[in-house]
Design a protein around this ligand. Structure first.
Ligand code: GCO
Length: 452
């Protein structure tokens, strides 16, 4: 019992949040580069121009991972670093960077898991209509092919896209993320459809040009999740139903993104009036979207809590006064890592990875020069306990990637949310392994046996 022998213990990051070097060595602009430079979008006017400068700290960051015994690193590739205009011209120096990163990881016995898209869309493609332009699906496939041609002799694990709910929903519907648009429903659904189609085309591209058998996944956000407050069958069913309900804001829901990919159809929209907006989906598109994938990546931070109401509806239980919460005000709800994987496996019958989980905390350097982040240790302990429960019940979770290695640029909240196992001093790029990083090392060394 416990975690399986080959369970993958990793950490995750994304290009825009850690790399810095926003205009070095021929990199093109992304929508995030332009967005952060416009006033008013990001707290304190922070930018990712430098971030953790992982671009200049590969060796150091990988040494930290090695010290913590980390087995796998999930990182993303910056599309405009590789293709400055998003299509056509390739920037060899950009590819060279990912070559160095991959080689260093492998030299240290750390397996790379590459995400092809974590929101930093080439700005030039945005000027051509971005996700609203169907051509983007072919541009994305060509970009995927370029990366895979270069790295697949050494890289086996690929994730096409990260959290479309954010780069379509938060970026194009509510306007909170770059490029900050508030589109009407019709355009939004078209953009969402293109994002799904781009995923499918990228899967085809990876399979057709990879130099070894690839393991391919897709990682939507898994925040649309309800966990039952009791184990009564009716509470479980009510929460399951709510979790997979496409919702009134379907772009945010889970099934909106996973049903097409894993079940080959858009979710049942009965009861809502937006059918009219769903784009004409030819059978051919749906076939591409539902190319078989090997795993679902779950980014899990929290769950709502629910119980059965009348006629099988779900009543969401409000948080208690003074509830445990993170610096980002997210409730600490560890059972997310039990019910989430359980519900997903039962609906989609796919292998799972927890591709993100973690918390933001008010970390600082103590007088003794160390970073004592007891909350993060407790958070991690509680969440991993629930994950262990899931795994022991036979739910096939293959690995866990903590978000994140080093404190980094947290989108609109800039540097105000520290999520790292390693503290970053943004003035001088010094790094200090936090107590949680040392504790995670023990988790890895014992393959989770210390989780009780
Ligand atoms: C996300 C993104 C990450 C975030 C992390 C913490 O899940 O929103 O994938 O880029 O930094 O989740 O908010």
């Amino acid at each position: 019992m416990g975690f399986p022998k080959n369970f993958v213990w990793g950490v995750a990051s994304s290009s825009y949040q850690v790399e810095g070097a926003w205009n070095r060595d021929g990199k093109g602009l992304s929508v995030w580069d332009t967005y952060v430079h416009e006033p008013g979008h990001i707290q304190n006017q922070d930018t990712g121009d430098t971030a953790c400068d992982q671009y200049g700290h590969i060796k150091e960051d990988i040494a930290l991972m090695a010290e913590m015994q980390i087995k796998a690193y999930r990182f993303s590739i910056s599309w405009p670093r590789v293709m400055p205009e998003g299509t056509g011209r390739i920037n060899q120096k950009g590819l060279d960077y990912y070559d160095r990163l991959t080689d260093q990881l492998l030299e240290n016995g750390i397996t790379p898991y590459i995400t092809l898209f974590h929101w930093d869309l080439p700005y030039q493609l945005y000027t051509k209509g971005g996700w609203m332009n169907r051509d983007i699906t072919d541009y994305f496939a060509a970009y995927a092919e370029t990366v895979v041609n270069r790295l697949s002799d050494r890289v086996k694990y690929w994730i096409t896209e990260n959290e479309p709910q954010c780069y379509i929903g938060a970026a194009l519907a509510s306007g909170e993320h770059a490029p900050g648009l508030k589109l009407g429903k019709k355009e939004l659904f078209l953009a969402a459809h293109h994002s799904l189609l781009a995923h499918g085309k990228a899967v085809e591209a990876i399979r057709s040009c990879a130099k070894q058998a690839s393991v391919i996944g897709y990682a939507p956000a898994s925040w649309h999740l309800w966990s039952p407050v009791t184990e009564k069958a009716e509470d479980i069913e009510a929460c399951r139903k709510m979790t997979f309900d496409a919702g009134e804001e379907p772009i945010g829901g889970t099934s909106w993104w996973l049903d097409p990919v894993c079940l080959g159809r858009y979710p049942d929209t009965t009861g809502y009036s937006y059918e009219a907006y769903i784009p004409d989906t030819t059978a051919e598109d749906m076939k591409i979207i539902s190319q078989p994938i090997d795993f679902i990546g779950m980014n899990v931070y929290q769950t709502y809590r629910g119980k059965a109401g009348e006629n099988g509806t779900c009543i969401t239980i409000p948080n208690d006064p003074g509830y445990a919460r993170t610096n980002a005000e997210w409730p600490v709800t560890p059972e997310a890592l039990y019910w989430g994987p359980k519900f997903y496996e039962e609906r989609y019958h796919k292998k799972l990875y927890i591709t993100e989980n973690g918390l933001s905390n008010q970390d600082w350097i103590f007088l003794d020069g160390q970073v004592h982040d007891l909350q993060r240790i407790d958070f991690l302990h509680r969440y991993l306990y629930q994950l262990k429960r899931a795994v022991e019940e036979g739910i096939s979770v293959e690995g866990y990637f903590h978000w994140t290695l080093t404190d980094n640029f947290e989108w609109t909240s800039g540097y105000n949310n520290r999520f790292g196992l390693v503290y970053t001093d943004f003035k001088n790029q010094n790094r200090i392994i936090k107590d949680s990083g040392k504790w995670y090392r023990q988790v890895i060394e014992t393959n989770g046996e210390i989780i009780k």
